[in-house]
Design a protein around this ligand. Structure first.
Ligand code: HEM
Length: 243
């Protein structure tokens, strides 16, 4: 058990260091490769269903994790939320979000396999990333479902996993708590940490440059011009001089 405690004490810092140095390295040496490597040009129908499902599902899963990992149990109790209600809302919101994310990524992986040009543009790096991502999602769903059915006994992650998670950020790691958490939480978090360590070396870097400003910028007004009225727009017809 001692070894496991040391592992959970130290591994988050190794992952944070790999992610930070890796991101700096990628930005410094592969700025032009900092992209999603979009394959929309090869296939757009399945992409237009799978991609929003995956991304909006992930957003809901992330919000759920922020609430579950950063908000201490005493705080939700103090505001009058019973443990039963807390777990019920986590289940009712978390399970659909997790399933939407999984179905979304299922469609995206299927599309990669089924459409020749998309398949040809898929690298070994992409395949590894998809594999770890899908494993993290499936293991996360198993945690929620196992926690909900109590799997024989009650494993409340808010007393172990969440306290361990917060302890990392205040530089007082509580690996002992994680070492005593249910095995399915340990597996899920281990896979999630592997994903974070791989992050800077994969297409996932595009998440750091999400076009958030796009939501707030003013509209761009497009006007169409009737081609028949403006023959100079057709082919190589000589252009009329503007003034
Ligand atoms: C250190 C990082 C992480 C920790 C400590 C963590 C912890 C947890 C815990 C405790 C649960 C169970 C929640 C419940 O029963 O209500 C859970 C569920 C879940 N996790 Fe994570 N997780 C981490 C990272 C990730 C990542 C990177 C992904 C996605 C790739 C992910 C995807 C999921 C999903 C899909 C669920 C089930 C649905 C949900 O609750 O939203 N987790 N996670």
């Amino acid at each position: 058990m001692k070894l496991l405690e040391i592992f959970w004490d130290d591994i988050p810092y190794a992952v944070l260091a790999a992610a930070a140095v890796g991101t700096w390295w990628r930005y410094r040496y592969d700025k032009f490769g900092w992209t999603t490597r979009s394959s929309q040009i090869y296939e757009s129908k399945l992409l237009s269903i799978g991609s929003p499902m995956f991304h909006f599902g992930s957003l809901a899963v992330i919000l759920g994790h922020i609430m579950g990992l950063f908000v201490p149990e005493w705080l939700t109790r103090d505001i009058g939320m019973s443990d039963h209600i807390y777990h019920l809302q986590a289940l009712l919101l978390g399970v659909p979000a997790g399933f939407a994310t999984l179905i979304g990524i299922g469609l995206l992986v299927y599309r990669r396999r089924a459409y020749g040009p998309v398949y040809l543009s898929t690298t070994r790096n992409d395949k590894l990333m998809y594999f770890v991502l899908v494993c993290a999602l499936v293991a996360g769903m198993c945690c929620t479902l196992a926690g909900a059915t109590h799997f024989g006994e009650l494993h409340d992650y808010r007393q172990k996993v969440s306290v361990w998670f917060r302890s990392i950020w205040i530089l007082d790691p509580r690996g002992d708590l994680m070492a005593h958490a249910a095995f399915y939480y340990q597996i899920h978090v281990f896979i999630a940490l592997a994903l974070f360590a791989l992050w800077p070396f994969t297409r996932l870097v595009h998440a750091f440059s999400a076009p958030i400003a796009y939501l707030f910028r003013p509209y761009i007004v497009y006007r169409s011009r009737d081609v028949a009225d403006t023959p100079e727009l057709i082919g190589t017809a000589p252009r009329r001089r503007g003034w």
